[in-house]
Design a protein around this ligand. Sequence first.
Ligand code: MG
Length: 245
Amino acid sequence: MKLLRPLSLLLACTLLSLGTLFADAPSLAPAPSLATATRAAVAPAQPTEELLNLSDAKAAVKAYVEDGRYDRDLAAAATKAREWIEERSAARRPGERLAVVMDIDETVLSNLPVMRAEDFGYNTREWAAWIKKSEAPALPAVKEVFLAARAADVAVLFLTGRKDPRDRPGTEENLRREGMGDYAALQLTPNDRKKITSLERKTAARAAWAAEGWTIIATIGDQESDLGEHAERGFKLPNPFYKIP
Ligand SMILES: [Mg+2]
């Protein structure tokens, strides 16, 4: 035992010295490959939520149109609007001047031809040229709402983001060609009112019409900004193509 104790002490000192000697030595773990090192250098600190792929989104929109869901959803909303207009106009109070406020683009007229040609992009010049041609086809289910309103002696007031005066001739001609020329007002967006949102402009226009004595029984459009105050009911149509604030 007397001999063992110094030996143990010597062994402990030797191990301690070796530990100190190798403390700064590089790890014996294998070095990362170049590929791993590159991934580590570009990887974000936190994983990012995967974004919707634009090609997939366009394909989904095209499928929605081509397999008939767009027409079905349009027809469902348009039917509700038509039924309300017929019901409300049948209960007209004496002296009431009933009106519906209708949007134009993706409401009574479809711009699918130009949207397809632009691969669902937006180019101001192309869009203006398209409007000037007056070739936008009617959306049949919504045209039926227009015709039902007129048959019930309800006025149609068009309220659109199309520009005044640039788009007025093309719009008037297009509505006439598609059998919707019998309207009481066509209000486009004056160029000097660009700085306010569609929601503000359209709400103000309905307020002005109400102040003139119109009873607005329905407002119909594809954007949230087409609906809202100064109308008894709002009917929202589908639009998977674009959004306007
Ligand atoms: Mg619209």
